[in-house]
Design a protein around this ligand. Structure first.
Ligand code: FES
Length: 145
């Protein structure tokens, strides 16, 4: 008799935990659904996004902001009041290139592939330029993609 009571208690506890899990999942999926129907303006990229914007004040002259566009890392660089948007995936073997403001270059840490701000290869083994993205100032925002 005691085993049956213990079994009933365990069954009830498991059912309560499953119910709490289901309720939590329903609430969270509800928020996701609302965000899908009424998306807010994105200020950072996430996989699948192909256009993002962020405040221009986040990008000081000589600085770079890393974002994700279409699931890929992109560097937004402001230099001498021009804005550039380049893929950060090295065209040699796919390492992520870094921005070196003191040289005004993007340099790959793997084999020293070096690119200028137009994405052109200026040194090292990369066979192709870095792909670029459309970028513009819209009011006080930088819009990429
Ligand atoms: S992977 Fe970038 S230079 Fe080789």
């Amino acid at each position: 008799m005691e085993d049956v009571t213990r079994r009933n208690f365990l069954t009830a506890t498991i059912n309560i935990l499953i119910g709490l899990w289901a309720a939590t999942a329903a609430v969270l999926s509800g928020f996701a659904g609302v965000r899908y129907i009424w998306p807010t303006e994105k200020t950072a990229g996430s996989p699948g996004e192909d256009r993002i914007s962020f405040p221009a004040s986040d990008l000081p002259d000589g600085g770079m902001k890393k974002v994700v566009i279409g699931g890929k890392p992109v560097g937004i660089v402001r230099s001498n009041d021009k804005i550039y948007a380049l893929s950060l995936i090295c065209t040699h073997l796919g390492c992520i290139v870094n921005w070196h403001p003191e040289q005004n270059r993007l340099i790959c840490p793997c084999h020293a592939g070096t690119y200028d701000l137009n994405g052109a290869v200026v040194a090292g083994p990369p066979p192709r330029p870095l792909p670029s993205y459309d970028v513009r100032l819209s009011g006080d925002k930088v819009v990429v993609g």
